[in-house]
Write a protein that binds this ligand. Structure first.
Ligand code: CTP
Ligand code: MG
Length: 163
């Protein structure tokens, strides 16, 4: 039981770190040579491929700090897989939002809150099996935690919107 909880936390921390660092670094003038949109402003069928909210700097910072968190927990490879999966999932979420005509910064709760954790767990599964109970638990707890974290980021004026 305790072991299960520890494993759960080890799987949980890197994705949440990876998902929350881009917005922190967007306010800091470090690594600004990487601060440009991944889609470089390109459009597809009249809409941005990803939008201005997805920068190379944010992607790199998410993968890096999520992996640092994993390394601190002693699971460097798993931490990297979870963080890379998180940031890829975040891009896929934005890609789908643009296709659904949701503008950058507007919300789509399913794509904002669940895509990143789905891809994080998918990539982590390459390294070690993740049981369906873990999957269910992650899908259940991620939306409320994501929402709460965004409300806090909004209060701290890190984000202009609470989602
Ligand atoms: N961010 C970034 N690069 C990323 C992901 C996030 O620079 N790869 C930064 C951006 O400043 C972004 C902020 O973190 O505005 C919040 O991330 P998110 O809510 O995912 O982006 P949105 O601006 O809401 O864009 P979208 O509608 O595409 O989700
Ligand atoms: Mg958003």
């Amino acid at each position: 039981m305790v072991f299960e909880l520890v494993k759960f936390l080890f799987l949980m921390i890197p994705p949440y770190v990876a998902n929350s660092t881009p917005v922190l670094f967007s306010k800091i003038k470090a690594l600004n040579f990487l601060d440009f949109p991944i889609d470089r402003g390109k459009t597809w069928k009249g809409r941005r491929i990803l939008g201005d909210g997805k920068t190379v700097k944010g992607f790199v910072m998410g993968v890096f700090w999520g992996s640092v968190a994993g390394t601190a927990l002693g699971t460097i490879k798993l931490g990297f897989a979870l963080s890379l999966g998180t940031m890829i999932g975040d891009l896929i979420g934005s890609f789908l939002k643009r296709r659904l005509e949701v503008e950058r910064g507007k919300s789509n709760w399913l794509l904002d809150q669940e895509t990143f954790i789905v891809f994080a767990l998918t990539l982590a599964s390459i390294l070690e099996p993740i049981s369906w109970e873990y999957w269910l638990a992650f899908l259940a707890i991620t939306p409320p935690i994501h929402r709460l974290a965004n409300i806090i980021a909004n209060r701290l004026k890190l984000k202009s919107v609470p989602f």
